[in-house]
Design a protein around this ligand. Structure first.
Ligand SMILES: [Ca+2]
Length: 162
């Protein structure tokens, strides 16, 4: 399976939190305990330590195909997509770049970037010399992260989300 952003993204809910607690009480093999709930897990800093780890978005997980190829999982980063000073999450899936914006307590709906040129069909999956150059940066200093990558003919850059 290839990540297409359709891995049933949903917000962490009270039931998810309960599920996480129930996992901690359940005796399972170590590998399963380490994996936990599928998705991106984060912990907020308290200034001197990290608080509890929780599920921030139920996407970018194995079942949605993110584990299947380094051109997918190795591109997951945490740029500030909307320029409000919070780290969001983005990664390259089979059909392009997928991002979810943080509200400070979780990541919201996963959206596919309208910027083209990052899909498998664009050849990005074919070589680390393409997908390992995917970089999130603020090109025009408007506070919102942009994205660049190396292609066969040079460097391609654009805005992540409109
Ligand atoms: Ca920018």
């Amino acid at each position: 399976m290839q990540p297409d952003g359709l891995g049933a993204p949903s917000a962490p809910s009270a039931s998810a939190a309960l599920s996480t607690r129930s996992h901690a009480r359940t005796r399972r093999p170590a590998a399963q305990r380490r994996e936990g709930s599928a998705g991106i897990h984060c912990a907020l800093s308290t200034g001197g330590a990290f608080g509890p780890v929780s599920l921030w978005v139920a996407n970018y997980h194995d079942a949605a195909g993110w584990k299947t190829d380094p051109s997918y999982w190795s591109t997951i980063r945490f740029p500030d997509v909307n320029g409000v000073g919070r780290s969001d999450v983005c990664g390259r899936g089979a059909a392009g770049l997928y991002c979810a914006v943080s509200d400070g307590a979780r990541f919201g709906e996963v959206q596919r970037s309208t910027f083209q040129g990052f899909a498998d069909s664009d050849g990005v999956k074919d070589a680390p010399s393409y997908y390992e150059t995917i970089t999130f940066l603020d090109l025009n200093h408007d506070g919102r992260s942009d994205v660049c990558r190396r292609a066969g003919g040079g460097i391609h850059c654009g805005r992540l989300l409109d």
